[in-house]
Design a protein around this ligand. Structure first.
Ligand code: ATP
Length: 252
């Protein structure tokens, strides 16, 4: 156990979000720490992506109650671009395609947004892509899903974000790419970034320092990842959600 709780970078206080008459986030209170990787696990439809979208401030997710703090300042009324300027970034479950933008300028502009510059070829090497082959490409539909995901990851490294929300970074990428993702996670942690990682993978969970189990829009458990890994073997905590048949049958 750590002697003292690390600095809190993102804090949610009693966040409730109702969409189409359904409570998608239900009185969620969470703290995310500097230089730590936090995994958010839970069944399909639990509200994990919604949590990420709400922290990022996507337009459809601004109508919640409760408070969101970034480094002690309330941000829940800020639009997405202002949160991005504060160094909060989101890597999508399905990475965006920017028709016509070159890979080189896509990565460089990520760093320029923070007032710095990077060697985009080096960033590509970090995610295992050959600069000679990919720097001349465009970020568009001619790239495979896994390639786009790696390029988005390279742009995140270039950005050196304060907070990075990653929605299933391992989905749709091959075994080799997962190791590059782990390297990137390690780098972000060493830089002091706060990583919030949504995952369905026990392997990815193992890389985290702290974890939350989200269920039916509620945080039903939190703690060290060893404790949460039981979720993947069916040892869930009792709760009221209807998506995971294990939870009705198994006591913690
Ligand atoms: N804009 C919306 N309007 C209505 N319901 C929504 C909206 N966005 C999400 N939902 C619902 O909110 C619930 C949580 O969705 P979310 O995508 O956050 O789940 P998740 O935990 O990320 O699931 P998965 O593991 O399948 O990706 C789902 O039931 C979803 O259908």
């Amino acid at each position: 156990m750590e002697d003292k709780e690390p600095d809190t970078v993102i804090r949610l206080e009693n966040v409730t979000l109702i969409l189409d008459g359904h409570k998608i986030l239900d009185s969620v209170s969470m703290s995310f720490w500097e230089g730590h990787i936090h995994a958010v696990v839970g069944p399909n439809g639990a509200g994990k992506s919604t949590l990420a979208h709400t922290i990022m401030g996507l337009p459809d997710y601004l109508g919640h109650t409760g408070a969101i703090f970034h480094r002690g300042e309330r941000i829940e009324k800020l639009p997405i671009d202002k949160r991005a300027r504060r160094g909060i970034t989101l890597a999508w479950q399905e990475p965006a395609r920017f028709q016509g933008i070159g890979v080189d300028s896509f990565i460089r502009s990520a760093a320029e947004a923070k007032g710095s510059s990077v060697d985009s070829g080096e960033m590509l090497k970090l995610v295992g892509l050959d600069p000679d082959r990919y720097l001349v490409r465009n970020v568009d539909k001619t790239l495979s899903g896994g390639e786009r995901k790696r390029i988005e990851l390279a742009s995140i490294v270039a950005m050196r974000p304060d907070v990075v929300l990653m929605d299933e970074p391992d989905s749709g990428v091959d075994i080799e790419a997962i190791n590059y993702i782990f390297d990137v996670l390690e780098k972000l942690r060493n830089w002091g970034s706060t990583v919030i990682l949504i995952t369905h993978s026990p392997e990815v969970l193992k890389r985290a320092d702290h974890s939350f189990l989200l269920c039916n829009g509620q945080v039903v458990d939190k703690g060290r990842v060893e404790r949460m890994s039981g979720y993947f073997t069916g040892h869930c905590v009792p709760c009221v959600h209807k998506n995971n048949p294990f939870c009705d049958e198994v006591t913690p």
